[in-house]
Design a protein. Sequence first.
Length: 200
Amino acid sequence: MKKDNLERFVRDNREAFDAHEPPDALWARLEEKLGPVPASPESPFREIHRNPTATEQQTTRKNWFRANWQVAASIAVLLLAGTFFYVNQRYGVSQQPELAVNSPAYAKEVVYYTQLIEEKRTEIKQLAETNPALYEEFSTDLTRLERNYQTLKAELPQNPNQETLIQAMIQNLQLQINLLNEQLRVIQCIKQQTAHAIPV
């Protein structure tokens, strides 16, 4: 509805819009300020084969130099990104950044143990469906060790004897793995007992 009103207004007042045209003198002044229009060459092939002037050679050198710098910068960015991903993969920087900074030698070991713990926890979580009471008992012990690990991890930046603290962290992770292995062994024993107890 508003569009119709606008169109009708423009149609009715068309003469008023056309009344204010720029004077011819304005166009003449613009042409003077712009300067003469360069003549187009007869053939583009003649322009290609002519000898370049000194300024054109300098412009070509600058463009070539700029292009080389852009290529070099691109290569540097790719190398840095590749190095970052390699270090992250090797030492697990994104998973344990404070440990990788303090002791890269232990970082890989910590990442390995952490991944192993996660795998074993996933196996034990399957127990929660069949025997939730046993799962709660298992998770209580594991939670206590995990809390101790987090405390050690929080103390790491402020502790002057970081190597000893990192070894304690690794020992804690090993205890968690041993506990998880023992819990998985108990689960297997329970499964075997229930399998033998059920008559076929």
